[in-house]
Design a protein around this ligand. Structure first.
Ligand SMILES: N[C@@H](CCC(=O)N[C@@H](CS)C(=O)NCC(=O)O)C(=O)O
Length: 205
C-alpha cells in the first residue's frame, strides 16, 4: 500500500500512526504542499479535492483520513477497530466529531499561531484567535468531561478515535491552545505521546 503524505500535517499523522501501530507495511510518497504538488493534474486524478492523505492499494484509491484509518484497521483483527457494531459506531461518533467540530476549533489556532509564522504570512489576527479560542473552549469542555471518567475515548482501550482526536493536538504547544483548564485532556494526550507510533510520526524540526 502506498500513502501519499505530507509529514507536518495532522491529517497525515493520524493515518500514518495507525499504519505503524498495526505494523502494516506502507510505502510513503511525499507530497510537497508548499510547492502546490496537490494541484497537479496527476495528483487531482488521485484526489479531485486536491488534499493529502491518499492511500493507494493496488487499483483502489482512497482519500479522507478517517476512511483511510478505518480501511487500514480493517486489514487485520485488532483492538483499534473491533468488530463490534456498537463499539465501531462509538469510534465513528468521535471521528465524526473530530472532523466536524474539534478540527474546526483547533485548526484556526494552529494556522494563526504556527503556519503563518512558518510561511511568513504575518502576525496572528487577534479577532480570529479570539473567535477560535471561544470555539476551542466549547469543544474542549465536552472532551475533558468525557475523559474525566475514562482513560481512552471508547471501550476503555486505545482505538482509532484516540488517534483521530489526538492528531489535532500535534501543534497544541506552538499553537498556544488554551489547555490549562483541561487536566483530563492533558493526561490522556500525554499517554498518546508515549506511543512509539506517535513519536515516529511527530513533525521534525
Ligand atoms: N478532511 C480531509 C482533510 C485533508 C486536508 O485538509 N489535508 C490538507 C493537509 S492537512 C491538505 O492536503 N491541504 C492542501 C490544500 O488544501 O491545498 C481529511 O481528513 O483527509
Amino acid at each position: 500500500m502506498k500513502l501519499y503524505y505530507s509529514p507536518p500535517s495532522p491529517n497525515t499523522r493520524k493515518v500514518h500512526a495507525v499504519a505503524i501501530h498495526l505494523g502494516l507495511p506502507i510505502e510513503l510518497r511525499f507530497v510537497d504542499l508548499q510547492k502546490g504538488e496537490q494541484r497537479t493534474p496527476e495528483f487531482l486524478r488521485l484526489n479531485p479535492t486536491g488534499r493529502t492523505p491518499i492511500l493507494q492499494d493496488g487499483e483502489f484509491i482512497l482519500w479522507e483520513s478517517t476512511a483511510i484509518m478505518q480501511y487500514l484497521a480493517s486489514q487485520l483483527p485488532n483492538a483499534l477497530w473491533p468488530e463490534v457494531p456498537q463499539i465501531r459506531a462509538d469510534i465513528m461518533r468521535w471521528q465524526s466529531w473530530q472532523l466536524a467540530h474539534w478540527h474546526q476549533a483547533c485548526q484556526p489556532l494552529q494556522f494563526e499561531n504556527v503556519v503563518k509564522q512558518i510561511l511568513q504570512l504575518g502576525d496572528p489576527d487577534p479577532q480570529i484567535v479570539e473567535r477560535a479560542t471561544k470555539q476551542f473552549h466549547q469543544e474542549a469542555i465536552a472532551l475533558n468531561n468525557h475523559l474525566a471518567e475514562r482513560e481512552f475515548l471508547v471501550n476503555h482501550t486505545l482505538t482509532l478515535a484516540d488517534f483521530s482526536v489526538a492528531s489535532d493536538l500535534t501543534y497544541a504547544v506552538p499553537g498556544r491552545f488554551p489547555l490549562e483548564d483541561y487536566p483530563h485532556i492533558r493526561t490522556w494526550y500525554s499517554q498518546i505521546e508515549q506511543l512509539p507510533a506517535w513519536q515516529q510520526t511527530a513533525p521534525r524540526g
